[in-house]
Design a binder for this molecule. Structure first.
Ligand SMILES: Nc1ncnc2c1ncn2[C@@H]1O[C@H](COP(=O)(O)O)[C@@H](O)[C@H]1O
Ligand SMILES: O=P(O)(O)OP(=O)(O)O
Length: 170
């Protein structure tokens, strides 16, 4: 299936110069959505993960059905102040300033094997910060999965040396 044809390009969003890769058009296509989740599950089965971790918010959209399909648990990584329990946190750089991601400290037992999932990798800052959260939790990062990779931004160079699954490249 040609997934790229289901992803809409919106120039200059959210700011001038950014080509936004809009996955809402892929999500609303039933064949596209099931193909996406099935393909991720097939490509990720070899890493034998215990949990999928997805980042707010588009990582939730793909991460939870992927975990369901793989028969494993899903753990949300959220933006600051959203999780009610004690959290691990990691900061990462944005174009201007820093942002922060949080994960419940008791989300998983140490030593768990974890797959990180998001819709898209650009500079890699979000995924690298999530990997740091797993390190704090004493978990074993076994891989990353993204629907889209923006290759020119070199995000994968920021990530630890584990398998990286992508479905569509620009
Ligand atoms: N061009 C983009 N289109 C849609 N979404 C994007 C785009 N660039 C970044 N994003 C979102 O930001 C993070 C990944 O950014 P990093 O620079 O790799 O941290 C990801 O959650 C995308 O949804
Ligand atoms: O749009 P979201 O919530 O997926 O966040 P981000 O753009 O930070 O990935």
């Amino acid at each position: 299936m040609d997934l790229k044809s289901l992803i809409r390009d919106i120039p200059d969003f959210p700011k001038p110069g950014i080509m936004f890769r809009d996955i809402t058009t892929l999500l609303s296509n039933p064949q596209g959505l099931s193909y996406t989740i099935d393909s991720l599950a097939e490509k990720c089965s070899a890493v034998s993960a215990d949990y999928v971790v997805g980042m707010e918010s588009r990582g939730f959209i793909f991460g939870a059905p992927l975990a369901y399909k793989m028969g494993i648990g899903f753990i949300p990584v959220r933006k600051p102040g959203k999780l009610p329990g004690a959290v691990h946190f990691a900061e990462y750089e944005l174009e201007y300033g820093v942002d922060r991601l949080e994960m419940h400290r008791d989300a998983m037992t140490s030593g768990s094997r974890v797959l990180i999932v998001d819709d898209l990798i650009a500079t890699g800052g979000t995924a690298a910060a999530t990997a740091k959260l797993l390190e704090q939790a004493g978990c074993e990062l076994v891989g990353f999965a993204f629907i889209i990779e923006l290759q020119a931004l070199g995000g994968r160079q920021k990530l630890p040396d584990v398998p990286i699954v992508t479905l569509v490249e620009y």
